[in-house]
Design a protein around this ligand. Structure first.
Ligand code: NAD
Length: 249
């Protein structure tokens, strides 16, 4: 199936590593020109360079997705480098898990800031370009945690918020040929979860609870992102695609 992504320009936030890096690579393999952007500068440069080494079109913009000036520079540099922007993947994010009574305001604010405000700022900055060309794709990386997880009141609220934002924008921007969807991954083997002290327990429990008995891989999410970004998904909007091995609870 030709996804029709050739020469489309995609920004993937938080794409120095993990799910974002995998999504950027998959989009580039399908012919898109991708912008790798992350707060981890050296790693982002290396990720973009590895794509170029593989003969793919990639550019790196270092920046903090929570800072409006950085986000505007990201979009301006994307347009200056590749001549436009068509696809935005709002992926940057992290958990700060704690029981509610131990959760600080900073734990709450940082998670909201990077995931919700970051997605808002990036969506707002790309939208004039998508509207002007009458074509666009926005994909928010939510999580199965939008259904709720103990010790993740902040993370679950932000991931549910990304779904609300996608549904609102799908209604607002559909008339311009723009779709807005979410991918909700379950347990995925990335550096972020591998660094958790409870990694082994979480992995075992996740696989046990999934109908499909293997750990999720970054490529599973990347394939879902590439599909939703494609021409082929042009009649799908406001949707949440769970990539969880069949696990919902
Ligand atoms: N790994 C999983 O099991 C899983 C499951 C569901 C959802 N997710 C979501 O997928 C996304 C990627 O997760 P991952 O596992 O690849 O994590 P990761 O930590 O490997 O990647 C996240 C990236 O975001 C970047 N980032 C953080 N703050 C930033 C900021 N202010 N500005 C720009 N970049 C910033 C980080 O530097 C990092 O490179 C996150 O939103 C996460 O919540 C992950």
């Amino acid at each position: 199936m030709d996804l029709g992504l050739k020469d489309k320009v995609a920004i993937v936030t938080g794409s120095a590593r993990g799910l974002g890096a995998a999504a950027a690579r998959r989009l580039a393999e399908e012919g898109a020109r991708v912008v790798v952007t992350d707060i981890q500068g050296e790693l982002a440069e290396a990720t973009a360079a590895s794509l170029r080494d593989a003969g793919l079109a990639a550019h790196c913009v270092i920046g903090d997705i929570t800072r409006p000036g950085d986000v505007q520079r990201l979009v301006d540099e994307t347009v200056a480098t590749f001549g436009g922007v068509h696809i935005l993947v709002n992926n940057a994010g992290f958990p700060r898990d704690k029981h509610l009574v131990k959760m600080s305001e900073d734990d709450w604010d940082r998670v909201m800031e990077v995931m919700l405000k970051g997605a808002f700022l990036a969506s707002r900055a790309v939208m004039p370009h998508l509207i002007a060309q009458g074509w666009g794709r926005v994909i928010n990386i939510s999580s199965r945690a939008h259904l709720g997880n103990p010790t993740q009141a902040n993370y679950s609220a932000a991931k549910a918020g990304l779904i609300g934002m996608a549904k609102a924008l799908s209604m607002e921007e559909g008339r311009y040929g723009i779709t807005v969807n979410c991918v909700a991954p379950g347990f995925m083997e990335t550096e972020m979860v591998q660094a958790l002290p409870t990694y082994d327990i979480i992995k075992e429990r996740a696989v046990q609870m999934q109908p499909i008995k293997r750990a999720g891989q970054p490529g599973d999410v990347a394939d879902a992102v590439a599909f939703l970004a494609s021409e082929r998904a042009g009649f799908i909007s406001g949707e949440v695609l769970h990539v969880t091995g069949g696990r919902f609870g």
